[in-house]
Design a protein around this ligand. Sequence first.
Ligand SMILES: Cc1ncc(COP(=O)(O)O)c(C=O)c1O
Length: 405
Amino acid sequence: MSNMTKAMNLAASGFTRRKFLKGLAVGAGAASLGSYEAVAQMVAGPRARPVRGWGVPEGFIRLSSNENPIGPSPRAVEAIMQYVYKFNRYYRGRGLYGQIAERHGLPVVIPSNNSSEERSEPWVTLGCGSSEVLFAIASAYLRDGGQMIEAAPGYGGVIRTARKYGARARLVRTTPDFHQDLDAMKAAVNEDTRVVIITSPGNPTGIIAPFDDLKKFVSDIPSDVMVFVDEAYIEFARNPEDRVGAAPLILDHENVIVTRTFSKIMGMAGLRIGYGLARPHVIEKLEDNKGGRVSSLSVVAAEACIEDNDYQDRAREAAWAGHDYFMSQFDEMGLEYVPSQSSFMLVNVRKDADEITQKLFEEYNVMVGNGKRRWRMNNWLRVTSGLQEENEAFIAALKKVLVSS
Ligand SMILES: Cc1ncc(COP(=O)(O)O)c(C=O)c1O
């Protein structure tokens, strides 16, 4: 059974700890308990307490998808509640474009609403998650083939689409300490190159590409090569200056595209909304390569959440607290890890990642990213910061699994 299927079955079955406990012999030790109780007991001591994360069945720990663990922004929820009786209508509000442009210091241009209005030239495009903008980049610039360049290990979102068009990926290894090697990426550019993809912070590395390095990179490469900077996680950076990202480069460079998402720091992964930033003629090209419009409920939630700085601070602090805890535990366990500016972290468990991820899931209901399967990083896991209780359950389960493997 796949991980997702198991999770969905669990949710659908309405399995609760109380029901499960009915079948248990009183006084049974952790070894004879089911996995919910085993994880709970390791975390909470002799009195079993189910680990409870937002939006997942209790006893279930999902630290594999880089989701925001603190639940949605109350302001976003309220905005949806207020709009919910109106979704029979197409959404006409276009304020979000202005909020986004302002946030990034770009000209505030609201897209025209219909063909009778004079056409405007916005610097922002919305997508069904930033994934739709990544798809549009592949479709707009790589549909006729050509070369794209990305770091390895890397996210690979554009590559997955563009390969289907026959475009070729040139993967450039990160440095040994997992920084994107911008010099090597620049050296890989040739007359066939259409797009260079830089993810900052990297996924799975969590390492930022510094602004000055990006600026130099963009100035050095041919202006007909698009530089796409994916900033899905940049809001988790500890240094506020790093959170500005590459958007200012758009003012001076026609070949820069930046994407951000509401899925991570804004806690709206399931609502599917993200955006791209670029010069208006690039935005127009991306628009031509997208599907329909994002849903009204996603837009009203995004309008509310983008202003909810308290919520974003809480999400950031939860991620940092998780990282601090993980790092102290990994240090104690003698495990190598990559200090991260993102909401997840790579850790080298020095054992086969297939076996460890499988045991974590099957024995303890803990889901983490498998570096071997996705990036051929045979001994590495990518773990998202969850709530403290979830993080503790993961560490407790990892300790058990490493001893038994
Ligand atoms: C680096 C990166 N870019 C883009 C995305 C796409 O996210 P979404 O479509 O939810 O905005 C993800 C999702 O995990 C990601 O990790």
